[in-house]
Design a protein around this ligand. Structure first.
Ligand code: MSP
Length: 637
């Protein structure tokens, strides 16, 4: 492990208040910063706000205040949120900071002087939401794929950064450094962008249209494009150009972003750095998107989840744990309040909370409230110690691969091992026999030691809980507890006084009526996702293309239709509950998806062999069909 670590989050736009997506990135950065600090690394953690550009100017105009007043207000909301989520950033940068503006100006002048910025004209489709131009082929039905809004067509003379000049260098760099952009799916996505010729980047906006930005030093009629300004925060935030802070931390810099801003970070930023004459950042770590109850979060749906609502209702550490445990880094995840409560009850109230309270209360009862002396371990004790050593190792490996959910799963193996050890050893039974006192002490010592290991391992994720457990173990100076201190098992001092505390995670009862407003919006019509299955489980389901040959109503049923379908190899009868949504005459000739290997069942006396797939929403059923003609009988995957 490098002895120095630098992590950044995106600097967030101040046109909206912080939500669960911003909280996720910032909490992941915090978990990483805490982990590296606890491993003895010199660490710097940067976050902040992105305050220039069309989007912000528009939001300020809507609010009827100046952009400066507006950005001051929302930036302050972000700044105030982070300590509430126990986020330990070392610095908070704003792109309106004087120092940042000065450095961006100097960089523009340098890149201009060396001939990498030129004046030209441009026309194209501009999405204000993304603050970027789109190529026509990138649009979906003429709309921005992210915002589903039609972009504006803009034609204007502007300054351009010669990004194309650095394309070959960048492709080579990404190929030579496999973990430059990670996980791999995003590295591949960046390489896919680069398969097409790169266009030069338009880096100015005429002041006739936008004044809220950093003026170009070589032409006062223009302001700087917001991305060119914003990306530079990662170096101004650590004192570029001439501080020791910058010199030490830049070579190990790691950016953390979601997939929405891969292009600016994976393409624009490395080419800008090359032009500035700086080494590229060390890693770009890209995660997926949080949806809410399967829908994209949006103000118009009204399902925006606010981190403080969850923190206030369920506690901060439960929220932090859930975010890191439920998202596989790199993939999308869907938030549901019910799923959140289930996770907290099973992993925190049951597994972790129970282990802590059982071990502490047994030690109070059977060992006079002090850490007992350790003595020679038996094979079963050795097994617990070996589990702890393996978990420490596996947790470290997965953490450094950004597989945080796996790290937590490993830690939970030790929690389960502790709970199992109690059941097997039955300390309450030994306590009845004075001759078994020594054995009882060994067992409780081991359990207390397991708690110490667990407390340290969970601290980056749940700092409050880690601290509370250590205090219950009678450890005063919790700062000394770190990864090095759990490498050896005999770390507790016998005789230390234990300090039982309140229940760490009381069980929560989930009630739909009291779900936070955001999740109430959707949870009534969209059911929560079912428990995970493996790929092999999924492979057991044989989905096929079938053509409906005939359809007729089933007598005495107001739901069922009897269908004759062609499977390519055979004809079958399927009874489907779709008669409220489809008239029999609409169906013949339609190609649909069926579950071909479902065991036959009788419905209203008719044998149905297979099932038709349909979307079940908004009080109706919509049979799955195809936008191109597939072959009848073909597999659907
Ligand atoms: N201002 C730019 C970033 C400039 S960095 C030099 C910007 N700001 S943003 O406010 O839109 O923030 C985008 C980032 O917020 C994402 O990359 C991600 O970190 C976080 N998220 C916003 N919505 C999210 C989800 N729904 N899910 C997960 N993270 C998301 O882009």
């Amino acid at each position: 492990m490098d002895k120095i670590f630098y992590i950044t989050t995106p600097i967030y736009y101040v046109n909206a208040s912080p939500h669960i997506g911003h909280a996720y990135t910032t909490i992941v950065a915090d978990v990483m910063a805490r982990y590296y600090r606890m491993n003895g690394c010199q660490t710097f953690f940067l976050t902040g706000t992105d305050e220039h550009g069309d989007k912000i100017a528009e939001a300020a105009a809507k609010a009827g205040i100046t952009p400066k007043e507006y950005t001051d207000q929302i930036s302050a909301q972000f700044r105030a949120l982070w300590p509430e989520l126990s986020v330990t950033n070392d610095y908070f940068i704003r792109t309106t900071d004087e120092n940042h503006v000065k450095t961006v100006t100097a960089i523009l002048q340098k890149v201009y002087d060396q001939g990498d910025i030129y004046f030209g004209s441009y026309e194209g489709y501009y999405c204000v939401g993304c603050e970027r131009f789109y190529m026509e082929k990138e649009l979906v039905d003429g709309k921005c794929p992210d915002h589903q809004t039609a972009p504006e067509f803009r034609k204007e003379s502007n300054y351009f950064f010669k990004m194309s000049k650095y394309q070959d260098w960048l492709v080579q760099y990404i190929q030579d450094n496999p973990d430059f952009i990670r996980p791999e799916r995003y590295r591949n996505e960046a390489l896919a962008f680069l398969r097409e010729p790169l266009e030069d980047l338009c880096i100015s906006r005429p002041k006739t249209r936008l004044t809220w930005g950093i003026s170009l030093p070589f032409d006062d009629n223009y302001v700087t494009y917001v991305w060119f300004d914003a990306l530079i925060n990662y170096i101004t935030g650590i004192g570029y150009p001439d501080t020791d802070l910058f010199r030490s931390f830049w070579p190990v810099s790691q950016h953390l972003i979601a997939k929405d801003i891969l292009k600016p970070h994976g393409i624009y930023w490395p080419t800008m750095l090359k032009a500035i004459g700086l080494e590229p950042y060390h890693h770009l770590n890209v995660h997926g998107y949080w949806n809410v109850e399967q829908s994209k979060m949006s103000k118009s749906i009204g399902n925006v989840v606010k981190p403080l609502d969850l923190k206030d209702k369920y506690g901060l550490d439960s929220f932090r744990y859930f975010l890191l445990r439920d998202m596989v880094f790199g993939l999308d995840s869907s938030f549901s309040e019910e799923g959140f409560v289930q996770r907290v009850n099973s992993d925190l109230a049951n597994d972790l909370g129970n282990l802590v309270s059982r071990v502490i209360s047994m030690s109070m009862k059977f060992c006079g409230g002090r850490v007992p002396p350790p003595s020679a371990p038996e094979a079963i004790d050795q097994a617990l110690m070996e589990t702890a050593a393996r978990v420490i190792h596996e947790a470290r490996v997965s953490f450094e691969e950004l597989a945080f959910h796996k790290t937590l799963m490993s830690i939970w193996e030790l929690i389960s091992a502790g709970n199992k050890y109690i059941v097997e050893q039955e300390p309450w039974g030994l306590a009845k026999d004075p001759a078994k006192n020594e054995r009882l002490s060994v067992i409780l010592y081991n359990l207390l030691e397991a708690l110490r290991t667990i407390a340290v391992l969970i601290t980056p994720f749940m700092p409050g809980t880690g601290e509370k457990i250590l205090r219950q173990l009678g450890i005063e100076n919790t700062d000394n507890q770190n990864y090095a201190s759990i490498e050896k098992w005999w770390g507790l001092t016998s005789g230390s006084v234990l300090k039982p505390g309140e229940t760490l995670f009381p069980r929560i009862e989930f009630k739909k009526e009291t779900a936070t407003a955001a999740t109430q919006k959707t949870q009534n019509d969209i059911p929560p996702v079912k428990p995970e299955i493996t790929y092999d489980d999924f492979e057991k389901v044989d989905l096929r293309v079938a053509m409906i040959l005939k359809a007729e109503a089933v007598p005495k049923s107001n739901k069922l239709l009897k269908l004759l379908i062609d499977m390519g190899t055979e004809e079958r009868t399927i009874v489907a509950g779709i008669s409220k949504a489809y008239k029999p005459e609409e169906l013949p000739g339609k190609k649909v998806v069926i579950v071909a290997n479902l065991a036959p069942a009788k419905l209203m006396g008719i044998e149905s062999h297979g099932m038709i797939l349909a979307a079940d929403s908004a009080d109706t059923l919509t049979v799955l069909s195809f936008d191109r003609e597939p072959e009848t009988g073909g597999r659907v995957r």
